[in-house]
Ligand binder design. Structure first.
Ligand SMILES: CC/C=C\CCC/C=C/C(=O)SCCNC(=O)CCNC(=O)[C@H](O)C(C)(C)COP(=O)(O)OP(=O)(O)OC[C@H]1O[C@@H](n2cnc3c(N)ncnc32)[C@H](O)[C@@H]1OP(=O)(O)O
Length: 301
């Protein structure tokens, strides 16, 4: 599904610097990617065809230290997703992390703290775009969740068709925005309700639950919990099951199920952006973000 991506100028501007990175240009083996393995991506996103599964790409998030979803990272993810959607040799994507212990720390707090309204608007448009592109993807998208996955990281996971989580008690997952003194927007809420049901979502959202793997499985926020060294192989075998379904029938069904939820945002993207800018710019919210960022720093001792 072609989505209006208002990032063209930004994309061009952001891509220009790394286009000079040897081998990192889209379509050529990235430096260090191994001889002959045709992969593509960018400094923060490595996309490799799965050598053991025809038509499957593994998209590795590598924005250290915590795969926080910065504007640049979002843009690179969007470019890689668009390229995969347009490359008919690919039918499925496994999204995983190259940052040990972290799937994604969620939205980059520094993109929302101390920023002017124009930047916040541009950032939020990219957040919307990433969700829409993953949630409505024609490809089978499987989350191989090999680390902690709060807030925006949880949203990315929930937007996949299937979620495999490593059985490590540190790898909690959930929409914890209230713990930061902020809130999840309606479309984050909608995806959680669609996944775990209204009452469970209501409680989890209000309390900012981060579910450890056993609870995540029980509440249904993930589909499978496996030993850490089996996450990728499990994702691959689930992918094979999903790719056994004729693409067209599966894509029409996915759209049938997901379009009403996506339409709620698509019909009011600008209003949602303005709502976000107003909310995040409030003094009280900026103060909450400041307190939370300080806590993260103090945690390091
Ligand atoms: C109307 C709608 C309005 C608003 C909608 C807003 C929706 C928001 C969605 C979000 O996603 S908000 C982000 C929520 N994320 C979190 O709460 C996670 C915060 N991070 C952590 O809990 C931990 O960092 C960790 C992910 C568990 C990893 O811990 P670890 O000890 O391994 O690393 P450390 O904490 O030292 O962090 C390293 C480094 O990274 C910085 N960091 C961490 N998370 C973020 C983040 N989300 N954004 C920006 N930066 C982040 C952290 O401060 C450290 O930085 P430093 O090295 O410079 O000190």
């Amino acid at each position: 599904m072609a989505l209006t991506v208002g990032l063209r100028p930004l994309t061009r501007a952001l891509l220009r610097p790394w286009a000079r990175v040897p081998g990192a240009a889209l379509g050529r083996p990235a430096a260090g990617s191994g001889d002959g393995v045709r992969c593509f991506g960018s400094p923060r996103v490595l996309v490799e065809p799965d050598p053991a599964a025809v038509g499957v790409a593994v998209m590795k998030m590598r924005n250290p230290p915590v795969n926080s979803l910065s504007l640049e990272f979002l843009t690179e993810l969007l470019i890689s997703l668009e390229k995969l959607e347009n490359d008919k040799t690919f039918r499925g994507i496994i999204i995983t992390s190259d940052c040990p212990g972290i799937f994604s720390a969620g939205l980059d707090l520094l993109e929302m703290y101390g920023r002017d309204p124009a930047h916040c608007a541009e950032y939020w448009k990219a957040v919307q775009e990433l969700w829409l592109r993953v949630y409505l993807s024609n490809l089978v998208v499987i989350g191989a969740i090999n680390g902690i996955s709060p807030a925006g990281g949880c949203l990315l996971s929930l937007s996949c068709d299937y979620r495999v989580l490593a059985n490590n008690p540190k790898y909690a997952i959930g929409l914890n925005e209230t713990l930061l003194g902020i809130i999840a927007p309606f479309w984050f809420k909608d995806v959680l309700v669609n996944t775990i049901g209204h009452r469970a979502a209501e409680r989890a959202l209000q309390l900012g639950f981060l579910f450890p793997p056993s609870d995540a499985l029980q509440v249904g926020i993930v589909d499978q919990v496996v030993p850490e060294d089996q996450v990728q192989s499990t994702a691959r075998s689930v992918m094979a099951q999903w790719l056994a379904i004729p693409d067209h029938a599966r894509q029409l069904t996915k759209n049938l199920v997901r379009k009403p939820t996506a339409d709620r945002l698509l019909q009011q993207r600008d209003a949602d952006i303005q709502n976000f800018v107003r909310f995040i710019s409030r003094d009280s919210i900026q103060k909450s973000l400041h307190v939370y960022l300080e806590k993260l720093k103090q945690k390091k001792g």
